[in-house]
Ligand binder design. Structure first.
Ligand code: ZN
Length: 327
C-alpha cells in the first residue's frame, strides 16, 4: 500500500506512466516492423494455418485480422487466402520457408475482401498463380474497392501504400473445379452469393480439411450485415456435407468439431429468420419483436452484445422485402 493516498482517478494513469517508463527501452529495441506474432498451427498431416487477431485492422497489427492456410504437396505449396497486407504475406512466406523449400504454386482466394487479398501481390511476385471465382471481377473494378484501398493507404500506412494493388486472378473459375498439385486434389466449390458473390470453399479430401472463408466465423456470432441469410443457410448445409475433420474459417480458430460449430452458426441464422419472419407476418413492430424473441441459446456467445440486435434488425428488413416479393 502507498503511504500517501492519491485520489483514485489519478492512481491508474500514474501507474500506467510508470509502466511505460520501464517498458520504453525494450520497445525501442524491437524492430519497427515487428507486428503481432504469427503462429503456424497444423490442421492436417500436410496442412497449416495462421489465425488473425479479433481486432479491426490497424498500423499496429499490420492488418492481421484474417486467417490464411497452406498445404504442402510433393510438388509445391498451395496457399488459401493472402492476408491483409504485403508485409503479412512476406511473413507468411517466411513461416512456410521454415517448413519447406518447395515453390508456392497457387494462392486460392476465398473472396475479395481487403483483409484477405492485400497480400496477393507478394505471392504473385514469387511466381504463384492466383485462383478465384469470376464473380470477384465486379468488385475488383468497383468504386467500393478503389475507395477502400485509398482509405487503407492512410489508415494502414505504412503497410498499405501507393505500391499496394488489388491483384486480379490469373485463373478465373465459374463452377466447381478440381485443382491437382503434386497429386493432391483441391476441390473448389462456389458457395455464393452468401458472404460475397464470389464465395469459394476449398476442400482437400486427402487432408479431410475444409477452408470455409467467411461463411463461418468460429466461436462467435457472425455479423450478418446485408448478406442473404437464406442463401447463407443453404451454403452452411453444403459445408456440413463435406467429410471434414477440421474446418479453417476466415476468422477465428480452426474447428475440429465442424458439425457442432457450423451447426451453431446455421441454427442462429435460422432462429433470426424464424423469429423475425413471424413478426413480419403478424405486423409486429421490430422493437416489440426483438423483446419477445428468446435469445437464450445464443446470449453467452462472444459478439452477442455488439452484433445480435443489428443482425435481428437486418433480418427483419430482409424478411419484409422477401414477403413483399412473394405478394
Ligand atoms: Zn473476412
Amino acid at each position: 500500500m502507498p503511504r500517501f493516498s492519491l485520489p483514485r482517478r489519478l492512481r491508474a494513469p500514474l501507474l500506467a506512466l510508470a509502466a511505460l517508463a520501464i517498458q520504453a527501452p525494450v520497445l525501442a529495441q524491437a524492430p519497427a516492423d515487428a507486428g503481432p506474432a504469427m503462429a503456424v498451427a497444423a490442421v492436417g498431416p500436410h496442412s497449416h494455418y495462421v489465425e488473425g487477431l479479433t481486432q479491426l485492422g490497424s498500423p499496429k497489427n499490420q492488418n492481421f485480422i484474417s486467417n490464411a492456410g497452406f498445404v504442402i504437396t510433393p510438388e509445391g505449396v498451395v496457399v488459401v487466402d493472402a492476408l491483409g497486407s504485403p508485409r503479412l504475406a512476406e511473413r507468411l512466406v517466411q513461416a512456410i520457408r521454415r517448413l519447406t523449400d518447395k515453390p508456392i504454386t497457387h494462392v486460392i482466394v476465398t473472396h475479395y475482401h481487403a483483409d484477405h487479398i492485400y497480400g496477393l501481390q507478394h505471392f504473385q511476385q514469387l511466381g504463384a498463380k492466383i485462383v478465384a471465382h469470376s464473380a470477384s471481377r465486379e468488385y475488383i473494378q468497383s468504386d467500393t474497392a478503389r475507395l477502400r484501398l485509398e482509405a487503407s493507404r492512410t489508415d494502414l500506412a505504412p503497410w498499405i501504400d501507393g505500391n499496394t494493388r488489388i491483384v486480379p486472378a490469373d485463373v478465373w473459375i465459374d463452377g466447381p473445379t478440381a485443382l491437382k498439385v503434386g497429386g493432391v486434389v483441391f476441390e473448389l466449390t462456389p458457395v455464393g452469393p452468401s458472404h460475397t458473390p464470389e464465395d469459394l470453399t476449398v476442400y482437400v479430401p486427402s487432408e479431410k480439411l475444409l477452408f470455409a472463408g467467411d461463411l463461418f466465423f468460429n466461436g462467435r456470432l457472425p455479423f450478418v450485415g446485408q448478406a442473404n441469410s437464406k442463401q447463407w443457410i443453404l451454403s452452411l448445409e453444403r459445408l456440413l456435407a463435406f467429410d471434414a475433420k477440421a474446418v479453417v474459417p476466415g476468422h477465428g480458430a480452426v474447428s475440429t468439431e465442424p458439425k457442432k460449430d457450423i451447426g451453431t452458426t446455421r441454427d442462429y441464422l435460422k432462429h433470426l429468420r424464424q423469429t423475425m419472419g413471424e413478426a413480419v407476418e403478424n405486423f409486429v413492430p421490430f422493437d416489440e419483436a426483438y423483446e419477445q424473441a428468446d435469445w437464450s441459446a445464443f446470449e453467452a456467445m462472444p459478439m452477442f452484445g455488439p452484433a445480435n440486435r443489428m443482425n435481428a434488425y437486418n433480418t427483419y428488413l430482409l424478411l419484409e422485402q422477401e414477403t413483399l416479393q412473394k405478394k
